[in-house]
Design a protein around this ligand. Structure first.
Ligand code: EPZ
Length: 416
């Protein structure tokens, strides 16, 4: 059984290039369905979730290819909207294919999108919006079957700024009749990148990054070449690791605005932050300050995808910190493992109280979700002695090669 083995105690120092964004690349791969011909995505990360998305696109009839510096998706062959359980079961992003498949084929059938270990992950906001766009949705024990005689623009008012639902509606709206307005849309940087990609293909989208996105339907989109934005959560993970190990790390080729919410919290914990053109440097203080109360929020709030990594950092702070997880109902799964390593953390519903200043000691732990797995690696970097992190396949869903990247910064880490 593969593990990541970490010998703790070395501060991280140096520069690290950041991979392309998982959460930008996945909706862009779905968007390829909307153009005839071959689309090229540069800086697409080599991660499990991308491989799984390419597998689903292949099952729909596309020809896909992963090159060292780009991915190609050719949608010239005859395509099917039938997505099987076998193809989609590896991850949730098959939901993201709904809008694009409806835009291209006017039909899609997907297996019930499973929840995952961070929460139930309902899709009610997606479905209500698509129904308002003239989509008829039938649910069966096999999954969801969606059909339309033609997508029609509509004004949709989201009860919550769901990232995935915002992406699905945008993908359904770009080739729809008339205009679609999304109120309370998600503002994440990955949404902006998706809209810039679609506009470069010939779409007519305005307001991305604000809470109100307007999409004027167009007749056709052309396949293009595009470069995916850097991954702000991978960058945040490595910069948090610098803070946790008393290090000094510069992430290169990153969007400094995208990292703003994470950097604000690291600065409040006493870190020095240096911003240069597309570079972010974090210099750890001799002793981290506790965080009074951090609430995870939709962008531009503190990202839920950085919550586990921050929790690990706060075990080293001198004092008590509080984290409230406002987005997912089950995202404290690393706590039992951190307690085993010597941390002092109490959970009350969605609130974690971290009493810092407790040195961690290395032991065998196990990843149970993507970001929690990355956070356990940070704990291993901080701990005295050796830590083995099991189920690295969770980490590989979103990190190209966490051992390669952290070794480059001086970590004693390898996959065994
Ligand atoms: C995206 O998930 C990301 N995934 C997640 O990243 C990220 O944590 C999340 O956005 C929040 O930023 C991708 O982009 C592939 P949501 P998504 O719809 O779209 C509720 C990672 O680690 N909700 O904004 O599923 C939902 O239950 C992953 O990279 C509904 O109630 O997130 C949750 O509580 C993890 N009904 C909240 O909204 C719906 O129809 C946020 O979900 C949809 C969502």
């Amino acid at each position: 059984m593969a593990c990541v083995s970490i010998q703790g105690g070395s501060p991280l120092n140096g520069e690290i290039h950041i991979q392309g964004s998982k959460n930008a690349a996945l909706p862009m791969l779905a968007a390829c369905l909307l153009a005839h011909g071959e689309t090229k995505l540069y800086n697409c990360p080599h991660i499990r979730d991308v491989y799984n998305m390419l597998k689903i696109l292949e099952a729909m009839g596309c020809h896909t290819q992963m090159h060292p510096d780009h991915v190609t998706v050719d949608t010239s062959p005859a395509l099917t909207g039938e997505i099987s359980e076998a193809d989609a079961s590896a991850m949730r992003s098959s939901v993201m294919l709904m809008g694009a498949a409806l835009g291209r084929l006017h039909y899609v059938s997907i297996p019930w999108p499973g929840g995952c270990c961070i929460g139930k992950r309902p899709v009610d906001i997606h479905l209500k919006a698509l129904e308002a766009m003239n989509v008829c949705i039938r649910s069966s024990d096999r999954g969801l079957e969606c059909q339309t005689t033609g997508l029609r623009g509509s004004t949709v008012d989201f009860p919550y700024p769901s990232v995935g639902a915002t992406e699905n509606v945008i993908l359904a709206a770009v080739l729809a009749e008339d205009t679609t307005v999304i109120r309370h849309a998600a503002k994440e940087p990955e949404i902006i990148d998706l809209c810039l990609f679609l506009n470069a293909m010939g779409a007519d989208i305005h307001g991305m990054g604000t809470g109100c996105i307007i999409i004027h339907g167009v007749k056709r989109l052309r396949s293009i070449a595009y470069r995916v934005m850097p991954d702000r959560i991978v960058a945040g993970t490595y910069l948090a690791a610098a803070a946790a190990t008393g290090g000094d790390v510069t992430a290169v080729d990153v969007g400094t605005r995208d990292l703003g919410p994470t950097l604000d919290v690291l600065a409040d914990m006493g870190c020095g932050i240096v911003l240069k053109n597309r570079q972010v440097r974090v210099i750890a203080p001799p002793l981290l300050l506790p965080a009074e109360c951090i609430h995870t929020q939709p962008f531009p709030g503190f990202p839920t995808d950085m919550q586990s990594q921050l929790m690990v950092c706060l075990t080293a702070a001198r004092g008590t910190s509080v984290i409230c997880e406002e987005i997912f109902e089950d995202r404290f799964k690393i706590v039992p493992w951190l307690l085993k390593m010597g941390a002092d953390i109490g959970i009350e519903q969605n609130k974690a109280v971290i009493r810092g200043g407790t040195p961690l000691h290395g032991c065998a732990v196990e990843a149970c979700d993507l970001r929690g797995g990355a956070a356990l690696v940070i704990a291993g970097l901080m701990a005295e002695g050796n830590t083995l992190v099991g189920r690295p396949d969770y980490i590989e869903r979103g990190y190209e090669d966490i051992c390669r990247d952290l070794s480059q910064l001086g970590a004693k880490i390898c996959k065994v």
